[in-house]
Structure formats: C-alpha cells, structure tokens
Design a protein around this ligand. Structure first.
Ligand SMILES: Nc1ncnc2c1ncn2[C@@H]1O[C@H](COP(=O)(O)OP(=O)(O)OP(=O)(O)O)[C@@H](O)[C@H]1O
Length: 267
C-alpha cells in the first residue's frame, strides 16, 4: 500500500488568547497536500481565529507546520512569502482603488512574474472591469478580486474564509466554480458554512466547537451521517434543522438555507 502523502499544513494544539480571553483551546487541523479541506463549525466556534492564528495575525502558541517546517514563531509577512494566500472574510478590497490597482498591490516582489494569465482565464470579468473602482463592484465580484489576489504569486496554499457569505445564488455558483478550478492546482483551506458547497468541493474536513477540534475526516462521510452532522454542525445532512441552539452556539447555515442560496443543481 502506498503511504498517504504528507499533509501540506499540520496544526497541533493551536491556542489563542486575546485580551485575556481564551479563544482557541487546542485546535488540530490537517490540510491535505491536494484538493480542498473544509474548516467547519457553528458561528463563533473559532474558524476565523484559527485561520488568523495560522497566518500569525493573532498571538498564538502550539505548532503550525507548513510542508514540514515549523512556522508558529514566524511573522505574517514571512508566512506570506512562504506561499500562503489569504482571502479574508471581509474580502479586504480597497474600495477607492480600481480592480487593476487592487491586483497590482497583491503582486509579491521576488515571487516571479505575477500570473495574470491564470487570473484573467478564471476571472474574465475582472479583465473587463480593470479600471472600475473596486468599491462599486458587486459582492460576488469583490470576492473574485479577493481570490484573484491569492492566485497571482504562485502560492502553495490558499485560505478562503467564508467566500460565499452574503452572496446571491448566482455568485455562489460562480465562486464555487472558481474554487473548484483553483483546488485542481493549489490546495485550499476553505472556511465555509454553505454545506452544499462543502459537499461539492471538500474532500476532507475539520470541525471546531468552542475553540477546539471536535472532528476530522472525509467531508462526504460527515455530511452523509445525519446524526454526526446534527451533533457537530447543528444540521441534518438532509436539510432538517438540528437543535435550534446548543451550548456550542447557533447552528451553521442549514441545508434549507443553503438551498435558498444555491440549489443542488448548482452543486
Ligand atoms: N479580537 C477578538 N477579541 C475578542 N474576542 C474575539 C476576537 N476575535 C474573535 N473573538 C471571539 O472568539 C470567538 C471565535 O470567533 P471566530 O470569529 O474565530 O469564530 P468563527 O467560527 O469564525 O465564527 P463565524 O462563523 O461567526 O465567523 C467568538 O466568540 C468571537 O466573539
């Protein structure tokens, strides 16, 4: 039997304390060397803080290994140079700047020629809107800019934090198509509450609750297990709502909610 490929990112016992408050109490997370790994959990479970911890955007302890190298003590700018691309939850687009200027700002000196061919192939609309102020784009188009920026520099890991949040169903479908293409060449860590999308994109998943990892495994397996999905995520895989609220926090968006945002036909 061939051994499983080594993970690209290996997070062990990640702890984050902000303002004296313990936000993460020991997160373990393995991101596979190919495809999409989903980071799941109810609102407030600690998903964004985990991503920010991996990127050094919050003080953290524990172990974060990128391709076998310990990075937990490295500052963010070094991690970025090592090839982690980040599309944050708020998209981080400069509203007053044009699309082209937003992309230009993301170019990383020393990373080689920026891959505008890939960006324009995946996002032809961004080429057409190069001179448009990013603040006047739709939410979906701004998300495209955020993802496009991560693709310019030949990164070896892309982290996308809730890329479909607040988007219209058509834009969700478009983002899903792009992420699917991206994951064919670069591993993706996807924070996502749209379970239809997770089902479509993710091979692996980790579930957080109250700042800890409570599950890791194949995404399809979790989503096919109604009892586990209800217990861990607050939803049934068939779309039935789980407990309205548990001590672990409110449920993630239900499949019924997903259906309103993106149909199974989309997926
Ligand atoms: N800078 C901060 N200061 C204080 N508390 C914070 C800070 N950042 C996050 N928290 C708290 O930590 C917990 C985890 O937040 P986080 O944003 O990581 O969760 P999440 O799983 O990404 O949630 P969501 O799905 O709602 O985005 C929440 O209770 C949040 O209020």
């Amino acid at each position: 039997m061939t051994p499983a490929p080594a993970p690209l990112l290996s997070v062990r016992d990640l702890r984050v304390v902000i303002g004296g408050r313990h936000i993460l109490h020991g997160v373990d997370l393995t991101v596979a060397a190919s495809g999409t790994t989903a980071l799941l959990g109810r609102n407030g479970a600690g998903k964004t803080t985990t991503v920010r911890g991996v990127l050094g955007l919050v003080p953290r302890t524990g172990s974060v290994q990128l391709a076998g190298e310990e990075t937990v003590r490295l500052p963010t700018h070094v991690l970025v140079r090592r090839g982690i691309g980040y599309a944050p939850e708020d998209r981080g687009v400069f509203a007053a700047l044009s699309v082209a200027e937003n992309l230009r700002l993301a170019e990383r000196p020393g990373a080689g020629e920026p891959d505008y061919d890939l960006v324009h192939e995946l996002f032809p609309e961004l080429a057409r809107r190069a001179r448009q102020a990013a603040g006047t784009l739709s939410g979906g188009q701004q998300q495209m800019v955020a993802i496009a920026r991560t693709l310019l520099n030949g990164n070896r890991l892309i982290i996308a934090d809730e890329p479909t949040k607040g988007l219209a169903p058509k834009a969700v479908t478009e983002v899903a198509r792009v992420l699917e293409r991206v994951a064919e060449t670069v591993p993706v860590l996807l924070v996502e509450q749209n379970l239809a999308l997770v089902r479509r994109l993710a091979r692996h998943c980790a579930v957080l609750a109250d700042g800890r990892t409570v599950h890791q495994g194949p995404a399809a397996e979790l989503l096919a297990d109604a009892e586990a999905a209800r217990r861990l995520l607050g939803v049934g895989s068939t779309g039935h709502r789980g407990p309205a609220r548990t001590p672990a926090g409110p449920p993630v968006r239900t499949a019924a909610h997903d259906a309103a945002r993106t149909t199974e036909a989309d997926t």
